[in-house]
Ligand binder design. Structure first.
Ligand code: PLP
Length: 472
């Protein structure tokens, strides 16, 4: 995490030593995958997964042993990078001491993980229910809110992702809900603030904020405030486009929830644990939700782990009354051990401060510079190591580079962008018409410069190939 140069070094200069390659083993991995592994969210027939042969820090190596700078953090989870030595050691030591113990017992590593998680949460949230991942955290948070309020309905925003279990997928406001939607679960969607494509014809952040809150208030009124248990909101919506909320929006959400006795569930599965340059996204706005869901960055995904951080008032509801939920692996020692090691490393190494500085000094300014040079970039937004470039065919009309939910030939240009990045040594994250730049929080300054230089070239390549930005 040191700055050494203002000019971009090359992949060859920056990538750590690669793996010892065994082409036959790589081929076998691929063939067994195609024969036996059933992949997420995909028609299986057309898949050609990249074989990964090694991962270290901000880098992964493909089946040919080529290093790729990981600007995706996989699924935005490797906040301390790949194979962080202290986290690997923490898992190894925990495995040697105690691999598993049922959730009804108290065990040192679970107690310590809960202490560390709540230490960084806003005041007044002092208990944790551990789950195996983010969707289960959402599922259980909603159950807590429903039991706490005695109400059923839940509000969530369009342009959101909350996970792949029954309640979580219904809460989701992106096309992954469509084939799973049984029109059930008592969920109602609303529009959140998104000035670049404002649902409210707003021109300024202030207007967008005020109108988004007026709209939310109307939805609450028309749905019947006394029927609404919870409002689920990604503090900074991630997969849907990294839309940083305008100042005042979260305070307005808090006020509406308080006025109507609605539980505010902040989904921090993607934006928590350093991604935004703060422990939690809500820290940027001094806002205090009633429940916070987390996963991913809590242990960089080294072992599956998620959870719900619970306000004292909601915890009180379940003091005498049983909470009707549980999981065999709730607070699994290996997962908790990896969380203790990760959070401790983040504290000791100043990872949060580093992510904030990368965002404000390098990544933010660097991406804005790219936008000046490339007409395909309609907007740059984000904070910390959580950035999106909104890609457009035309900056004036803001026509998206590919249509919403496009696939196949209609998404050729974004497929070309991914290929252009990978050919030059960057593993990018592309979602619909956006390039998400979401490296590990620990990315080094020189790696950021290299990543920006490669994105610059890759954007130039697709503009030239697809005639974007040429005078008509
Ligand atoms: N919530 C948010 C904001 C997410 O980004 C995700 C996953 O990307 C989830 C929930 C679901 O988490 P998981 O895939 O760990 O179940």
């Amino acid at each position: 995490m040191t700055a050494t140069s203002d000019r971009a070094l090359t992949v060859e200069q920056l990538a750590p030593p690669g793996p010892q390659l065994d082409p036959a083993a790589v081929q076998r991995t691929y063939e067994l995958d195609r024969a036996h592994v059933f992949h997420s969210w995909s028609a299986q027939g057309a898949l050609t997964p990249m074989v990964v042969t090694q991962a270290r820090g901000s880098w992964v190596w493909d089946g040919e042993g080529r290093p790729l700078l990981d600007l995706s953090s996989q699924l935005v989870n490797t906040n301390v990078g790949h194979q962080h030595p202290a986290v690997v050691r923490g898992i190894q030591e925990q495995a040697a001491r105690l691999c598993t113990i049922a959730p009804q017992h108290a065990v040192d590593v679970r107690s310590e993980a809960a202490r560390l998680v709540t230490e960084h949460a806003p005041d007044g949230l002092s208990k944790v229910f551990f789950t195996n991942a983010g969707a289960e955290a959402i599922e259980n948070a909603v159950r807590m809110a429903r039991l706490h309020t005695g109400r059923r309905k839940v509000l969530s925003r369009y342009r959101s992702y909350h996970g792949n279990t029954q309640t979580a997928i219904h809460l989701t406001g992106d096309p992954r809900r469509w084939p799973n939607d049984s029109g059930a679960e008592g969920i109602v969607h609303f529009f959140g603030p998104y000035l670049y494509r404002s649902a409210f014809h707003a021109q300024t952040e202030e207007e967008e904020c005020a109108r988004a809150l007026e709209h939310l208030e109307q939805v609450i009124q028309l749905e019947g405030p006394a029927t609404i248990a919870a409002l689920v909101l990604e503090t900074v919506p991630g997969t849907a486009g990294i839309m940083v909320p305008p100042p005042g929006y979260l305070a307005g959400v808090r006020e509406l929830c308080d006025r109507h006795g609605i539980v505010w569930i902040a989904d921090e599965v993607m934006c928590g644990f350093g991604r935004t340059g703060a422990w939690f996204g809500v820290d940027h706005w001094g806002a205090t939700p009633d429940l916070i869901t987390f996963a991913k960055g809590v242990n960089s995904g080294y072992v599956p782990l998620g959870g719900v951080i619970i306000s004292d008032a909601i915890a009180e509801t379940f003091r005498e009354r049983p909470f009707p939920g549980g999981l065999t692996y709730s607070g699994h020692p290996l997962a908790c051990g990896s969380a203790v090691a990760t959070i401790t490393a983040m504290q000791d190494e100043g990872v949060i401060e580093h992510a904030a500085r990368i965002g404000s000094e390098l990544l933010g300014p660097g991406l804005r510079e790219l936008a000046e040079r490339h007409p395909v970039v309609g907007e740059v937004r984000g904070l910390g190591v959580f950035w999106a470039l909104e890609l457009v065919r035309d900056r004036t009309t803001r026509e998206p580079l590919v249509p919403y939910n496009a696939s196949g030939p209609a998404a050729q240009v974004t497929a070309d962008l991914v290929a252009a990045c990978k050919r030059r040594g960057v593993l990018p994250a592309v979602n619909m018409n956006r390039l998400h730049v979401v490296p590990p929080c620990t990315i080094a300054d020189d790696e950021v410069r290299l990543g920006l230089a490669i994105l610059d070239d890759a954007l130039g390549e697709i503009e030239a190939a697809h005639g974007i930005g040429r005078a008509h």
